[in-house]
Design a protein around this ligand. Structure first.
Ligand SMILES: O=C(O)C(=O)C[C@H](O)[C@H](O)COP(=O)(O)O
Length: 598
């Protein structure tokens, strides 16, 4: 039996999305009706599209009975998660060639890393890269010579952006091809400990760098449960990749077999086949809700409270923070992966991975099971891939094999999900409580107000945090400076907490998916630059944050205060940020997906 709240929220999303979904479906149907893209091109158009292909490939692409797949890749050779994609196009092309089909690298999208840009100017452009990637994906597909789309993308803004772009070509069958996580390095707890020692002056930079290089050491996604791995888990739960494929280790026989299988399966479901399965049939309100449920049950990244709204909008659906919050009230926390616990994503995979989590959720009636996936039906999502007798097979997934990482049958780590919405006289904000200890889930303390994360660091070094406080970092919203992640503050706030003080963060900026132990009301909307009251808080104002009641309140009558006039553009003229002004001016609020596209 499906939980009534799942049905209620799914139906609610459909009802409020009626008009834009109808427009989305009409647009997609129109594109489908035009037939094979290649057939509508002139001879000159076609000649350009195959000019660089070898003779055999050229003939196959010009033979419209064969499938030609678009590869939209985020490969670059400096980002660990994306570096693995180097040989994927060749592997995909040679698998397809065995059946006379082809693939072309339709385009490469930019891919930036929040680990590299944390605390740096580049971070101010990070969130905007998602929408730019959506546009780049649409550019890649715009040559219109393709029958299906393979998305090679993993990390934080890249995979959401690719999906948003692919949704503008939702008449094509579309799938993600994941590449897998890096092997486990030193533990995340050790990583955090050394960082806290460094900011407290107890170890030097050499020790810090050595530790960081042991944590980040080879190809693959980072092993904590940050935004990249949340993308993978959520998109598998939404049926957008092969079941059980998200976290299979790189460079294994199984990983290669999955990539080849996905390519061949997609080539067999193009518009001219009886198995035609366009993205529009898979990207539904039902699958969207399944993705949000999986996000909550796994304690996933807070960035997804922004990305899921923007992705939904790209597919003609309106998802709200209230939907997420109400789902959070009925979805238990069933996985404990760092920062929610000590285990990493490899331990999660060994415990049964996404299929085991889906099985546990399904048994509780928390998933819509009347859905199609890219490659099959809902039941397939409860199976795991394996190589048996040199063949790729899927077997029914068992119970969790490690109850410390995926809760044992009928058990839960927490009765409610990881993410809540806070409301009060600052508007609304998001908080992730899955890693916040119970005793830190309520705080009432004086504000210490900053406009920039580096000023918090300076105040900490000057010994200014000597008691309970709520650190407010305003003017860090999407319109102000692109809404950077403020994850570098975590070791500092961790040390203030360790010193025995109550501490919380309140900001209109973001945090990394890897943040979690400090109570943090983030994505405060409306943001300060657009008149949000967060910009009017003064040092000493009493801020109350109560996770149990969902309250974020400042004991102030804001009607008596004037907004602070701050020239945020002055900080945006260097390191390329000046050419992103058009995005800052046009971006929507975080509670609408922080997009400049819609
Ligand atoms: O997941 C996200 O949203 C991220 O931004 C990932 C970044 O790589 C982290 O900032 C690095 O995580 P730590 O090494 O734990 O500091």
């Amino acid at each position: 039996m499906i939980h009534p709240t799942i049905t209620l929220i799914t139906e609610r999303i459909k009802a409020r999305s009626q008009v834009i979904r109808a427009n989305f479906e009409d647009k997609t149907a129109y594109q489908a009706e035009q037939g094979k893209g290649r057939a509508s091109l002139s001879c000159g158009n076609l000649a350009h599209a195959v000019a660089a292909s070898c003779r055999q490939e050229k003939q196959q692409i010009l033979d419209f009975t064969r499938a030609n797949l678009a590869i939209v890749s985020s490969y670059n050779d400096m980002l660990s998660a994306h570096q693995l994609y180097k040989n994927y196009p060749d592997q995909i092309k040679s698998a397809l060639q065995s059946l006379g089909h082809t693939a072309q690298i339709a385009g490469c999208v930019p891919a930036m890393c929040d680990g590299v840009t944390q605390g740096q100017p580049g971070m101010d452009m990070s969130l905007f890269s998602r929408d730019l990637i959506a546009q780049s994906t649409a550019f890649s597909l715009s040559h219109n010579v393709f029958d299906a789309t393979l998305l090679l993308g993993i990390c934080d803004k890249i995979a959401p952006g690719q999906l948003m772009g692919a949704l503008s070509y939702a008449h094509l069958p579309t799938a993600f091809i994941p590449a897998g996580p890096m092997p486990t390095g030193i533990t995340n707890d050790k990583k955090v400990a050394v960082r806290q020692q460094y900011v407290a002056g107890e170890v030097g930079k050499d020790a810090l760098l050595e530790m960081e290089c042991q944590a980040y050491h080879s190809g693959g996604t980072c092993t904590f449960y940050g935004t990249a791995n949340t993308n993978q888990l959520v998109f598998e739960a939404m049926g957008l990749m092969l079941p059980g494929s998200a976290f299979v280790a790189p460079n294994t026989e199984l990983r290669s077999a999955l990539t080849e299988h996905a390519s061949l399966a997609l080539a067999a479901m193009t518009a001219d086949s009886a198995n035609y399965r366009p993205l529009v049939d898979v990207f539904t309100a039902e699958n969207l809700v399944n993705g949000v449920v999986a996000l909550l049950a796994s304690g996933g990244s807070t960035n997804h409270t922004i990305h899921m709204l923007a992705i939904a909008r790209a597919g003609g659906l309106v998802l709200t923070w209230d939907d997420i919050s109400e789902l959070s009230d009925i979805v238990p926390l069933l996985a404990k992966i760092y920062p929610n616990g000590p285990a990493d994503i490899n331990a999660f995979e060994q415990a049964g991975g996404v299929p085991a989590l889906m099985k546990a959720l399904h048994e509780r009636g928390l998933l819509n099971s009347n859905v199609k996936t890219v490659f099959g039906e809902f039941a397939d999502q409860l199976t795991q891939p394996a190589i048996t007798d040199s063949k790729l097979v899927w077997q029914p997934v068992g119970e969790s094999s490690n109850a410390e990482v995926i809760a044992a049958n009928g058990q839960a780590f927490n009765q409610t999900g990881g993410t809540k919405v806070l409301k009060g006289n600052l508007g609304q904000a998001v908080i992730k409580v899955s890693a916040v200890k119970q005793e830190h889930q309520f705080i009432e303390a004086p504000a210490k107000v900053f406009r920039c994360q580096h000023d918090v660091e300076a105040a900490y070094q000057a010994g200014e945090f000597t008691g309970d406080c709520v650190i407010v970092v305003s003017h860090n919203g999407p319109a102000a400076n692109g809404m950077p992640e403020l994850h570098k503050l975590m070791p500092i706030l961790g040390n203030i907490q360790k010193a025995g003080h109550q501490v919380a963060l309140v900001t209109d900026g973001r945090l990394s998916g890897a943040s979690g132990k400090i109570p943090a009301a983030i994505h405060v909307s409306p943001e300060a630059l657009r008149g949000g009251t967060i910009g009017m808080i003064k040092d000493g104002d009493i801020v109350k944050l109560d996770c149990s009641t969902g309250l974020l309140e400042v004991a102030v009558d804001f009607d008596q205060r004037q907004p602070v006039q701050l020239d945020t553009e002055a900080s945006q003229i260097t390191w390329g940020r000046d050419i992103f002004k058009v995005m800052r001016e046009n971006v929507g609020g975080a509670d609408e997906g922080a997009s400049f596209l819609f």
